[in-house]
Design a protein around this ligand. Structure first.
Ligand code: ADP
Ligand code: 5GP
Length: 222
């Protein structure tokens, strides 16, 4: 992945691929739904494939393509994925063809994937990708949201909280970092970044290092 937005080349061509990452439970899915509702079909949202079992209200082909491990392996061997990674013990991947077709049609693309996938997409589509990291307001609030969703068993919740640290530790690699305190405000901020094709001069979050240290439970710097 490239570095902060000031270090990216200034000349970029639209349309763009916007990669949204967040520790599990931050509110990424909620934010994506709100973004897509507002965009009324203008944004292409990529439906990923996964080996994770479907949650009660999830629909195959809408929320994810739910695959067996063998099917997922076949998709890899056929070269169907733009990127794929193991996340929280399951396989996840972005089908490549729909993304490339959307870009050819001139539509901005939104990917809800993890940081490993973001690195691969950055490599595979250089000059096209804008990366955004959503952070929770605090560790306590992240845990509250994750538990409040009631979709994971205790061991998955613990695993997700542990591995959330990895997503957060990589914060310097993202073009934009946004704290998801209020959904409406978060959606407005992301919309503004997308409307500017990622060229919006975005003031760095005040006290970002300290916030991240708190989220990680590290001693704050300085
Ligand atoms: P993710 O996709 O990042 O794992 P979800 O979108 O499933 O997270 O959200 C996790 C829980 O947090 C859900 O119950 C959701 O309603 C809630 N939530 C999301 N964003 C906010 C917010 N800004 N403030 C309060 N609760 C939120
Ligand atoms: P969940 O199981 O909560 O839906 O998603 C778990 C994590 O997997 C989230 O961080 C989500 O962004 C990530 N994820 C979803 N789809 C993909 C994908 O296609 N590729 C990668 N690398 N990660 C994904």
């Amino acid at each position: 992945m490239g570095e902060r937005e000031t270090e990216r080349p200034m000349q970029k061509t639209s349309p763009r691929v916007f990669v949204l990452c967040a520790p599990s439970g931050t509110g990424k899915t909620t934010v994506v739904r709100a973004l897509l509702e507002r965009a009324r079909g203008q944004i292409f949202f990529s439906v990923s494939a996964t080996t994770r079992p479907a949650r009660p209200l999830e629909r195959d082909g809408v929320d994810y393509f739910f695959l067996t491990s063998e099917e997922f392996q076949t998709w890899i061997e056929r070269g169907d994925f733009l990127e794929h990674a193991e996340v929280y013990g399951y396989c996840y991947g972005t089908p490549g063809r729909p993304v490339l077709e959307a870009l050819e049609q001139g539509r901005p693309v939104l990917l809800d994937i993890d940081w490993q996938g973001a690195c691969q997409v950055r490599r595979n589509l250089p000059e096209t990708v804008v990366t955004l990291l959503l952070l929770p307001p605090s560790r306590e609030e992240l845990e509250r949201r994750l538990r409040g969703r009631r979709t994971e068993e205790q061991d998955q919740i613990q695993r997700r909280l542990r591995e959330a640290q990895q997503e957060i530790r990589n914060y310097r690699r993202f073009d934009y970092v946004i704290v998801n305190q209020d959904i409406e405000r978060t959606v407005t901020q992301i919309r503004a970044i997308m409307d500017q094709s990622g060229e919006m001069p975005c003031a760095p979050l005040p006290d970002l290092d300290r916030r991240v240290a708190e989220l990680l439970g590290d001693r704050p710097p300085g």
